[in-house]
Design a protein around this ligand. Sequence first.
Ligand code: AMP
Length: 190
Amino acid sequence: MLNIVIFGPPGAGKGTQSQNLIEKYKLAHISTGDIFRAHIKNDTELGKKVKELLANGVLVPDSVTISMLEEEVKKNPQAQGFIFDGFPRTVPQAEALDAFLKSINTSISVVVALDVNENELKIRIAERKKIENRADDAEDKLLKRIDEYFSKTIHVLPYYESQSKLQKINGIGKVEDIFSAISKAIDNSK
Ligand code: AMP
């Protein structure tokens, strides 16, 4: 199995690059942000619980996020591998993911971390807001999300670095050039 974590701050290009990776490597894509948004749209119990958190750019508690993630993996028993997009975002999530994958006899193959500076992130998200109109792309919410990234999520990087799974990729440039750098990193990890 090829299991990839695509990692980076909001606006780094995780969603765009995941779409390319799905096609090339035929993997199941699990975006925790997309799943939460679908729950909110469908007004499920989980959706009601997390609506305010997403609207304010605050992370959903680990216990909720981890069990949702495990459910999604279990829904795809035929998958040749997964792309985890937007997960893990905390060290306890990373530890839970390792334990869960071990329990189904697999593991993370590689972590692709897209490196994009804060200024570029703000420009990109302002553009995305015009197209997708995500409420949490508004400036005050975005600042909260960037803050969550730098206070909680960034600690996931040394976690994977210590396992020698981390591949840092420059996330600024043409989408296709970034994709080819990501593909090389993945192929080298096999
Ligand atoms: P995203 O689409 O990945 O930017 O995620 C949008 C929002 O969903 C985040 O700002 C969080 O509120 C929530 N979220 C997504 N993934 C996670 C996660 N792994 N842990 C906690 N909250 C998450």
